[in-house]
Design a protein around this ligand. Structure first.
Ligand code: GLN
Length: 307
């Protein structure tokens, strides 16, 4: 066994028995996830994929979609225009917090729900169908394969998403969100409902770590400065109100999601993804946080570490 696979397999075996954390239960499709599911995948800059554990499971991407759609919006509109609508400061609050910047009405950053709803709305398109298709095509290019929506998850998200709808109305009232609220929120729910495997997330993370070029397909998905920007926002805001502790201990740009997905990017080295449904109080996957903490310490991956 090669040393990378051996490290992933060792972590998988050791952390499998951990029983901490709670599976998200606001929709049946997430509540029924098996808490024992645990998969890890790593993709290098030469496009090699290493994995361990449960890597066949399909799950909804949820908030791990946010940095990629942010990158799409910045690519289309430029950083200044996007920054007029959404900030880049860690909120120090929960992912679904109802808090907007006084004066401008901007959400804190594109990694919390409010900011992600704004970024989704900023993707230029002829109509809602076209906007979602652009988002799906972009996420697919990051993953290197065509991704689809889990329609059951989408229906449940749409049926239970009143808090996100309320956030969107508040932002329209405050002037940070333009356009039709219901259409925008539905597009955001579809984005969250895109189905992935853990290896897809690892390729997506590796594409950001590789300056926007997918290391498996060789295709440039976004320009390098846009990738840098997405990584910077992930570093400060990707782990919600666990972001400070994460940067202290792991020191890599990362993004978590409520279905148990977690990506981390080691710039110019690799992208890594973990899937494990039980979440901690900040909404971050417990096994994913531990796995990355251990890997970072063992291989001195912290960005502030002297090479
Ligand atoms: N669909 C979820 C929501 O909007 C995504 C949140 C998350 O993954 N943290 O509430």
């Amino acid at each position: 066994m090669d040393p990378v696979t051996a490290s992933l397999a060792e972590l998988h075996d050791r952390l499998s028995s951990l029983a901490d954390g709670e599976v998200a239960d606001y929709i049946p499709q997430l509540a029924s996830a098996d808490p024992r599911t645990f998969g890890l995948a790593l993709v290098s800059m030469s496009g090699n994929c290493y994995h361990a554990g449960d890597t066949d499971d399909l799950f909804s991407i949820q908030s791990v979609s946010k940095p990629f759609v942010y990158a799409l919006a910045v690519s289309a509109l430029g950083p200044t225009e996007v920054a007029r609508r959404v900030g880049a400061e860690p909120s120090g609050e929960a992912f679904n917090a109802i808090s907007l910047e006084p004066g401008t009405g901007r959400p804190a950053n594109p990694m919390v729900n409010a900011g992600a709803i704004v970024t989704t709305s900023l993707v230029p398109a002829a109509d809602a169908r076209d906007r979602f298709e652009r988002i799906r095509a972009c996420l697919s290019a990051f993953a290197g394969r065509s991704l689809d929506v889990d329609e059951d998850v989408y229906r449940s998200e749409a049926a239970t998403g009143d808090r996100n709808r309320a956030l969107a109305y508040l932002m329209r009232g405050a002037g940070s969100l333009a356009g039709d609220v219901d259409e925008t929120v539905r597009t955001y729910f579809r984005q969250c409902s895109i189905q992935v495997r853990v290896a897809d997330l690892a390729v997506m993370a590796a594409t950001l770590a590789n300056g926007g070029v997918n290391p498996v397909t060789g295709d440039r998905v976004i320009e390098e400065p846009v990738a840098v920007r997405a990584l910077a926002v992930m570093a400060t805001c990707g782990m919600y109100d666990g972001a400070g502790e994460w940067l202290l201990r792991v020191g890599l740009p990362a993004k978590s999601g409520v279905s148990g997905g977690l990506i981390a990017c080691s710039p110019a080295r690799f992208g890594i993804a973990v899937h494990s449904p039980p979440l901690d109080r900040a909404g971050n996957p417990v096994r994913g946080v531990l796995a990355l903490t251990e890997l970072s310490e063992r291989f001195a991956l912290h960005l502030m570490h002297q090479p």
